[in-house]
Design a protein around this ligand. Structure first.
Ligand SMILES: *Cc1c(COP(=O)(O)O)cnc(C)c1O
Length: 344
């Protein structure tokens, strides 16, 4: 093993979907945008389709092809960015459903492919994507006559259960959609975990499937193993790595492992992070560089061949907290250099 290894546990993924689905009495889809949060849209979507997922979501039409190939005909694949210029070919070829975000997108869709299914994304206060309530009020009769596949909106603060924005968006979404005959969806992972009022007809979790917060009960989906390149003795007073930020206070053994910020292990991760030899934590010391990380293995009885940085003890959210970001960004940053393996 000369490069770091990323292992994706598809059984844990399936079990996370089942656990989220069990929290609702409505349909549960799956968000597989950004190559399934970096974990591989093909294997992830195929696994979830086998579990019974019938509605998938991607960010852009280009991402739909891999999902369609993995799940075959049947399951619906929705595109959050809606109908972008020159998307007709992709939407048609892979039978993707654009979620219309603006009057322009609606016109474009009606002109280019009037018989092709579509859904509607509404803005309920986040001001990122979706039709504004006034535009929606104007389009609603036309849209409803065309039988949209889904009417959805997205929440800005659902990972903070006490945030007043949640109730505000719920109220707005109800006001602007009550009475529609199409299925409705408001909740991603955060909204699904809030309360049944947020569930409507379909929940569409992403990050919780992949083992990230706010789904605290999630099983670990990703493990990352780092090969040890060499181990050296470092005397008291010697320093390790760029900028001399770590100095040995005792005679130390330092292992250098093959991964770094080019693999999504951000330079900002800094202190307080361990890598593991089995269950035994070993502190990361010195600065994370592009391809290398240095680890204090003095307390291990033997020099390890590999060390694990992501596991059930230390999650994507722990790394994220150390880096000042969120688990989503750690997941989607895990780079192309890993050798990847999937366990069923
Ligand atoms: C990313 C995204 C989701 C999934 O969100 P999670 O927080 O990962 O569950 C759902 N809906 C929309 C519109 C999104 O952009």
């Amino acid at each position: 093993m000369s490069t770091a290894r990323l292992t994706i546990n598809l059984q844990a993924l399936a079990s996370n979907w089942q656990a989220l689905d069990a929290k609702t009495n409505v349909e549960t889809g799956a968000v597989v945008k950004a190559d399934a949060y970096g974990l591989g849209a093909g294997p992830v979507a195929a696994t979830l389709a086998e579990e019974g997922v019938r509605k998938f979501f991607v960010a852009a039409a280009e991402e739909g092809a891999a999902v369609r190939q993995a799940v075959g005909p049947g399951p619906k694949i929705f595109v959050f960015s809606g109908f972008m210029e020159a998307d007709n070919g992709l939407l048609f070829a892979d039978d993707l459903i654009p979620l219309i975000n603006s009057p322009e997108q609606f016109r474009r869709h009606q002109q280019a492919m009037p018989d092709h299914p579509f859904g509607i994304q509404l803005d309920s206060g986040m001001n990122r994507l979706g039709l504004e309530p006034a535009d929606w009020a104007e389009l609603r009769p036309k849209v409803e006559a065309l039988n949209p596949q889904l009417i959805m909106s997205h929440m800005a603060c659902a990972d903070e259960p006490d945030h007043p924005m949640n109730a505000r968006q719920l109220k707005t979404f109800r006001e602007i959609t009550d009475g529609v005959s199409a299925p409705r969806s408001l909740a991603a992972t955060g909204g699904l975990l809030l309360s049944p009022e947020y569930h409507f007809d379909l929940c569409r979790p992403g990050v919780g499937l992949y083992g990230g917060m706010p789904f605290a009960e999630a099983k670990t989906v990703v493990t990352v193993d780092l090969p040890v390149i060499q181990v050296r003795e470092v005397a008291v007073g010697e320093t390790v790595g760029y900028g001399n930020i770590w100095t040995a206070r005792r005679p130390s053994r330092i292992a250098t492992v093959a991964a770094g910020y080019a693999d999504g292990l951000h330079r900002a991760i800094g202190g307080g992070i361990d890598v593991f030899a089995g269950d035994q934590p070993c502190p990361v010391v010195g600065r994370i560089s592009m391809d290398l990380i240095t680890v204090d293995v003095t307390d291990l009885p033997n020099d390890p061949e590999r060390l694990r940085i992501l596991n059930g003890h230390q999650t994507v959210d722990d790394l994220a907290e150390a880096a000042g970001t969120i688990g989503y960004e750690i997941l989607t940053s895990l780079g192309a250099r890993y050798s990847r393996g999937y366990v069923e």
